[in-house]
Design a protein around this ligand. Structure first.
Ligand code: B12
Length: 244
C-alpha cells in the first residue's frame, strides 16, 4: 500500500489529513492498490479547469497476467477471437479504477466539495474526451508524474521502478481540502533500451525519449497502435516486476 503523505503525523497537526486518510481507507477497502494526492493548482487553467487538487487511483496488474502477455505474442487477438476480451485483466481494472473515481466523486460531492471524475465515461459524457485526436485535457499520466510515481518511457507509458508499466489508473479533480504533493517527473531510466520499440509490431512507437512538453504524436502514431498491450508487458521494468 503506497500513501501520498508522511506516516506518523498526528492528524490534528495538518488540516485535511483526516480527509486523506479517510479516502485512502475507502479506496483500499474497495480494491485500490495505490492512491496519491496531487497539487495541480500550478497547471494552466485549461488543464486543471480550476481544480487545485487531484486524487490518483491505481490498480496493479497481476504478475501472472503480465507473464501471459509476455508468453502469448497475439494475446489480445486471441482474446478477441475467443470473445473473452471483456474478461481481460487490464480492461477489468480500467473499469475498476474508473468506477472508484466515479464513486469517490459522488462521496466528495455529498460532503459539499467540488469534484470531477476523469473516468472514460465521464470524460466522454462531458465532451472532454476528443475521439478525433484521442486526447483528454489532463491525462492521468501527467498527474502520475506530478505524484513522483515514475517517468514516461519510450513506450509513451508511465514506467515505475516497482511495477514497470503494469498499472491501471484513474483520477478525480477536486477542491476538497487535501494534503497534496507536487513533484517533478522522475529521471527516465530507459537509457538505450528499445525493447518496447522492437515489441511494437505495427511500428506505432517512434523511438523518441520523452521530455517535458514533447507532443504525444512524436512518441506514438495512434492510428498504427493496435492496443496489443505488448509495450506495457514487455518493458524490462514490467518484466522484472512480473518475475517477482
Ligand atoms: C486515448 C488513450 C489511448 C489512445 C491514444 C494513446 C495516448 N496515450 O494518447 C490509444 C487507443 C492509442 C491508447 C492505447 C493504449 N493505452 Co491508452 N489511454 C488513453 C486515455 C483514455 C487518454 C489519454 C490522453 O489523454 N492522451 C493525450 C496525450 C497528450 O496524453 P498521454 O499520452 O496520455 O500522456 C502524455 C502527457 O501526460 C504528457 N505529459 C506528462 N507530463 C506532462 C506535464 C505537462 C505540463 C504536460 C502539458 C504534459 C505532460 O506526457 C505523456 C506522454 O506523451 C488514457 C486515460 C487518461 N484519461 O489519461 C489511457 C491510458 C494512457 N492508456 C493506457 C494503456 C495501458 C494503453 C495501452 C497499453 C492499452 C493496450 N490495450 O495496448 C495502449 C498503449 C499505447 C501507448 N504506448 O501509449 C493506460 C496507461 C497506463 C500506464 N502505465 O501509463 C491509461 C492511463 C489508461 C488506464 N486505465 O490506466 N490509449
Amino acid at each position: 500500500m503506497v500513501t501520498g503523505y508522511p506516516v506518523g503525523q498526528l492528524p490534528a497537526e495538518r488540516a485535511g489529513v483526516t480527509l486523506n486518510s479517510e479516502i485512502l481507507s475507502i479506496l483500499s477497502d474497495r480494491g485500490a492498490d495505490f492512491t496519491h494526492f496531487v497539487d495541480i493548482s500550478g497547471l494552466a487553467g485549461e488543464l486543471n479547469r480550476g481544480y487545485p487538487g487531484a486524487i490518483l487511483i491505481g490498480m496493479v496488474l497481476s504478475r501472472g497476467y503480465v507473464r501471459k502477455i509476455m508468453d502469448t505474442p497475439d494475446y489480445v487477438e486471441r482474446m478477441v477471437r475467443s470473445c473473452e476480451i471483456h474478461m481481460d485483466e487490464f480492461q477489468l481494472k480500467e473499469v475498476g479504477t474508473d468506477r472508484l473515481a466515479d464513486e469517490l466523486t459522488d462521496r466528495l460531492a455529498e460532503r459539499g466539495h467540488e469534484a470531477f471524475s476523469q473516468s472514460e465515461g465521464n470524460l466522454t459524457e462531458t465532451g472532454l474526451y476528443s475521439e478525433g485526436t484521442r486526447t483528454s485535457p489532463l491525462p492521468h499520466k501527467t498527474i502520475a508524474l506530478m505524484a513522483g510515481l515514475g517517468w514516461i518511457g519510450k513506450n509513451n507509458l508511465l514506467v515505475t521502478r516497482e511495477f514497470g508499466s503494469a498499472v491501471s489508473m484513474c483520477t478525480v479533480l477536486t477542491d476538497a481540502p487535501l494534503d497534496t504533493v507536487r513533484r517533478s517527473p522522475a529521471e527516465s531510466l530507459c537509457g538505450s533500451c528499445e525493447t518496447c520499440i522492437d515489441a511494437c509490431l505495427p511500428g506505432a512507437l517512434k523511438g523518441r525519449a520523452w521530455e517535458a512538453g514533447i507532443p504525444r504524436d512524436e512518441m506514438l502514431d495512434v492510428d498504427r497502435c493496435v492496443t496489443c498491450l505488448r509495450c506495457m508487458a514487455l518493458c524490462p521494468w514490467t518484466v522484472r516486476y512480473a518475475a517477482g
